[in-house]
Design a binder for this molecule. Sequence first.
Ligand SMILES: [Zn+2]
Length: 500
Amino acid sequence: MGMGTLARTEVGAEGPSELVEAIVYGRASQDRHLLMRSIDDQVTECEAWCRPLGWHVARVIKDANRSASQWRRREREGFEEALSLIDSGRYRGFVTWEPSRAGRDLAVYVQLRAACQRAGVLYLTHGRVYDLSRSDDSFMMGFEFLRAEADANTMRERQLRTVRLNAEKGRPHGRLCYGYRRVYDERTGTLLRQEPDPRTGQIVKDAARDVLAGASLWSVAMALQDAGEPTPMRPWSESPRGWDTYTIRQVLQNPTIAGKRVYRGEVIGDAAWEPLISWEDFQKLQRLFADPARRTKGGGGTPAKTLMVHIARCHSCGRPLRRATMRRKDKADAVKYRCGFRGCYKTTISQPGLDAYVEEVALSWFEQPANLARLTATDGEGWLTQAHAAEEELASLQKRLDEAADHYAAGELALSTLTRIERELRPKVERAQRALVPPITDEHVRALVTAGDVRTAWAKLALAEQRRIIKALFDVRIQQTANRGQNEFEPERVLITPRV
Ligand SMILES: [Zn+2]
């Protein structure tokens, strides 16, 4: 195949003859290697090719931060626009910096060639004009696209291999762990190392120290919320809702902060980066989080004083309500449950009112034979088994989310696909979290619900045990009130959902 016989026109080989109105199409891709050109650089170079040819750049279309690979075909809206402009017949030239900027598979080429042939549009790329109505030019360009397609496939295989290799070598890949930053080579853009971020790294260290010293997760979260500190990026959360106990837990439960390498949800060895906290402290924190007693405290480490404190949740933001005493003129103080989250503060409800109401609903529910059967049906390790199953389910869902995020970071998954996966998994994660109840001994629940007089049996229980049972069996959410400043208890605002 004699390359010399191909009739391609070198830029500058011909003088300007007639004015060609041209479309320039630029696209950036996410690979950070030397071969990558910014869109603006591409457009500048394309314009420079057009000038000596007498082509006038009438339209510039940019597809920012999108890969041209066939694996992301759905995101080529700029290219679709370019094709329809070619079809409009108003232009005579189409310019891209290199053929793969238009797309990395043959199907794209077939589309482009058909459009150019139909409208008599010349294709300028790599500084050369191709007339796709000529068979030799058409063949050469087809060959270029074939090669680009093969390159894209090779690149994808290489990326997959790199992810696996990096995981084995303890090098970072995928989502960046909160507390760290990544350092890239300025010239080549390749990853040099992952190291503690001076600011967020210190936040992780401080949070771990404070929690180990007995501070509540809530107080640590609120200090960060008050300081206006940005929350860790969670790609699947549609609207980050600020720091809360969950966020702090997530940060402190990631083995990455102890210098451990995690692959597919499992610790697979020491990592190449500096730990923020010792492995010993990390394990202490995990034991602390696993302690069920911690979860029925009244907040701030003190025992709860009322039934629903930290169990009832704000329907608006989902956070547990705290107890607050309101001083009133010429009247007794009013004790309320209130959403204490800065940025919400939306829900307040009478404490004696809510406690009495939930207690009544719960007791009537226990008294119904159908519910009794449901509660006693789980024999032996019933409750523990259920909580354990929920925990496993949660771990596997989390793993799938992490994997999807890793694939996205490695460039194997489109953002739209990642978002879709996350939208599908999120509700399942939340369901599993709801099912993850604090360990509650079967005997207590069974003794209660099988007692001849449930109400008397309930009254004999300690507050802490009543709280465990309520928390384990019911999801209680409080809606906002329509009439602010009113003190009457409004039962219609209370949403109680049995968990079984
Ligand atoms: Zn709230």
